[in-house]
Design a protein around this ligand. Sequence first.
Ligand SMILES: C[S@@+](CC[C@H](N)C(=O)[O-])C[C@H]1O[C@@H](n2cnc3c(N)ncnc32)[C@H](O)[C@@H]1O
Length: 380
Amino acid sequence: MTPGARISAAIEVLDQILAGQPAEQALLRWSRSSRYAGSGDRAAVRDLVFDALRCRNSHAALGGALTGRGLMIGGLCAAGQDPALLFTGQGHAPAPLVAGEGAGSAEGVSNLPDWIRPLWDQSLGDSAQAVAAAMQHRAPVWLRVNGIKADAAEAIRVLAGDRVDAMPDPRLATALLVTGNERRLSQSRAYRDGLVELQDLSPQLACATLPVAPGMRVLDYCAGGGGKTLAVAGRSDRLTLVAHDADPARMRDLPQRAARAGVKVRLAPDPAGVFDLVIADVPCSGSGTWRRTPDSKWRLTEKALLDLVALQAWILRKATAHVRPGGHLAYMTCSVLDPENDAQAAAFLAENPDFRQVSRHLWTPLDASDGFFLALLARR
Ligand SMILES: C[S@@+](CC[C@H](N)C(=O)[O-])C[C@H]1O[C@@H](n2cnc3c(N)ncnc32)[C@H](O)[C@@H]1O
């Protein structure tokens, strides 16, 4: 596909998304109906669509309309390119610009939904603007080195054998930043053999602070794909790892991932007994990951956020029953919003005087990567 044809495709997909279709669904539909598009084309169209969603309001303002076409014109203007060079009407390129298109200004335009801005500012204080600005850019790809199988140097060497470039990070010995050929990763030997897993730096930093020691019993109460279970597994020997999720289908890939990582994880539809550490990586707004899922930024509603906060409180109540006296509860979200983070932890502590807060941390793109919150709570 020519660059112009890719823009036409992105316009088509964005129009579907603006009409209410989830981004992944709209992209899938387009790629199914566009068999001529190669993998490079599909990746390029996806990048154009996600870039536009990250900066939806400012690109619409620059382009002159909140439409697929307006967003693409605005995106080119924001990148300092002349849209007229690609909007030629030739071949599969979009039609030439008309008066007013590409002549707007994005001065003072925010790329957060209006209703969330006061909450964002209150939650992030002095860093609110800088974090919002960071959310307008693509997120880097991070890997976690599986300490059971390799160290960082070995993982980098094996990745390089498959022409995937990665570099270590001074903040964490197990974290690697992918610097080249990330699309080859899933086919690489380092990934297939379980030397590395995809995991953002911020949850890695959070998991690295959890109190884990040989022989401990750990329950991952909202295990999903098992990202946190596996991060903890790499930290110590002889751990008993139990994974639970209200929706067992979410744990579908966990046995295979665990086998690849060389660890044993027991899936528990109905966990019993008490544990030294219970991880509650609860469903949340995902506001810390809006660089990766910009569509969800525009889909989140006040009502949905309230529902999530209520669900988080309910899950905490259930998970608490599994924390042994003297044990820990690790409450995690990939959100930067206070009602899901400190306010939730404070409400829990007010209801549960037998718990105390040991520590809390909010990571953001300013000091780590995605927005991620951890409150570590100890049972007396
Ligand atoms: C943020 S995701 C977990 C991601 C996972 N820990 C990982 O690292 O891949 C939250 C999970 O909580 C699960 N969940 C929702 N309600 C729950 C409940 N009441 N009890 C336990 N898990 C629940 C969801 O099915 C979802 O898989």
